[in-house]
Write a protein that binds this ligand. Structure first.
Ligand SMILES: NC(=O)c1ccc[n+]([C@@H]2O[C@H](COP(=O)([O-])OP(=O)(O)OC[C@H]3O[C@@H](n4cnc5c(N)ncnc54)[C@H](OP(=O)(O)O)[C@@H]3O)[C@@H](O)[C@H]2O)c1
Length: 258
């Protein structure tokens, strides 16, 4: 399907690896010039080179921490008038909620709620003036279904979702959409690190992974490629009537009729 995005520009945050990378790849495949980001400059440069070579679009790597004002400034300086913004960031580490200090909680809220809102504040009026904008926030299935030890992630991302539900409707009449994509379990470094943590607790990491796979009706983890394809569709010319929605990608893990 032609996504109708050729020549558009996108800021894809936290995209040198994993789900963000999947989104950058899928947008680039649709002819979008992408600004990609990560903190590790080497990993980022390698990703930029690979995307450029594969898809022949303009790829601008910006090595920066997306959650800092300086980082956000660098992203916007490299791509001042994006048509598409994909918000993404690292997630907080697994922790018993009783161990979370006030500082850790404020940091989690900054990373997973305040940062995407700040970026949206900076780009959304330009999108509305130009009559086209697509904003996709990578959140988590934990917004719908708790994951013990990731309570901070769930809370901050649920806060983001509620915050943006009104904003999405405010801009719907001006060609700008805002949606969330909620990953269940995707085969990325972040998921693999949770199996490494299981190994530290004395469990066989492959057995831990197999147990998690079995609990998913699809019988497998998702891939960054399929995540990216869904994100690219929400950014496409065909998705202008989809806004304020939460798209769960989880192989059926969240059990609900609605
Ligand atoms: N994978 C899953 O199954 C899953 C499920 C639910 C939710 N999620 C959420 O989805 C998001 C992406 O996860 P993932 O699995 O794709 O992780 P990943 O494979 O570890 O990739 C994370 C990417 O984000 C970049 N990054 C992290 N913190 C950053 C920051 N402050 N500023 C700029 N770039 C940053 C990393 O590069 P650098 O390290 O070089 O900065 C890397 O490119 C996370 O918020 C995660 O909690 C993932």
């Amino acid at each position: 399907m032609d996504l109708g995005l050729k020549g558009r520009t996108a800021i894809v945050c936290a995209s040198s690896k994993g789900l963000g990378r999947g989104c950058a790849e899928a947008l680039a495949a649709a002819g979008v010039d992408v600004m990609i980001n990560g903190r590790n400059g080497e990993t980022l440069e390698r990703a930029a080179e690979a995307i450029r070579e594969r898809h022949g679009v303009k790829v601008t790597p910006v090595a920066a921490d997306v959650s800092t004002p300086e980082g956000q400034h660098a992203l916007l300086a490299a791509c001042p008038a994006p048509d598409i913004l994909v918000n993404n960031n690292g997630g907080p580490p697994f922790k018993d909620f009783r161990e979370l200090t006030r500082g850790a909680m404020l940091e989690g809220v900054t990373q997973n709620m305040v940062t995407p809102i700040e970026l949206i504040q900076k780009v959304i009026d330009g999108m509305a003036e130009r009559g086209f904008g697509r904003i996709v926030n990578i959140t988590s299935l934990s917004v719908y279904m708790p994951i013990y030890g990731l309570d901070l992630s769930s809370g901050a991302r649920a806060g983001l979702t509620s915050f943006l539900s009104g904003v999405a409707r405010t801009y719907a009449g001006r060609g700008v959409t805002i949606n969330q994509v909620l990953p269940g379990k995707f085969d990325t470094d972040r998921l693999r690190s949770s199996f490494a943590a299981a190994a530290k607790a004395g469990r066989d990491p492959e057995a831990a992974a197999a147990e998690q796979r079995r609990a998913i009706p699809a019988g497998r983890f998702g891939t960054a490629e399929e995540f990216g394809a869904a994100c690219a569709f929400l950014c496409s010319a065909h998705a202008g009537y989809i806004t304020g929605q939460n798209l769960i990608l989880d192989g059926g893990l969240y059990v609900s009729a609605f």
